[in-house]
Unconditional design. Structure first.
Length: 161
């Protein structure tokens, strides 16, 4: 696609972010990275969220959610029939920095992925997304107590500045 020359004013921190990324070996020029970020925004896509959704989908395909009846059958034949399975109190989630900016949150036990520009925003979005996912569900059938909490782990790279 043909490029057009324009004059644009960007926030200093935004420009600094893209210039720092372009200074890494093998990185594209910062203007190309800004153009790609704008195209992804227009398309409504975010590579970090797309990758997280792929992982959730793969995990969901490999594992089925334990139900009380099946869990009792797997746990051992010597146990009393009708003994209830222990329900889980927490839903674990991992928050990672996004590929370009912001944060991506991915739940471990339930297929929920969300994003946000800040840690506060991604936390709010995660609570809302999990709440919507669990609405009108039989939580005990999902192996959860009636009032689960979300345990969030923040994953950071120690070498990033």
């Amino acid at each position: 696609m043909k490029k057009q020359r324009i004059t644009i004013n960007l926030d200093g921190d935004t420009l600094k972010f893209f210039k720092a990324r372009s200074a890494k070996p093998g990185a594209e020029p910062y203007q190309t990275q800004i153009n790609r970020a704008l195209r992804e925004y227009l398309a409504g896509t975010n590579p970090a969220v797309t990758e997280a959704l792929r992982r959730v989908t793969e995990r969901a395909a490999r594992y089925s959610v334990p139900t009380p009846a099946r869990a009792g059958a797997r746990r051992g034949r010597g146990r009393r029939a009708g003994k209830r399975m222990r329900l889980q109190r927490t839903i674990k989630a991992v928050v990672r920095p996004g590929a370009d900016a912001g944060y991506v949150a991915e739940c471990v036990e339930v297929p929920v992925v969300t994003q946000g520009r800040s840690l506060d925003e991604v936390t709010r979005n995660l609570r809302e997304a999990v709440g919507l996912h669990l609405a009108d569900e039989d939580l005990s059938a999902l192996g959860l107590v009636s009032d689960p909490t979300i345990l969030v782990t923040l994953e950071v790279n120690p070498s990033d500045d």
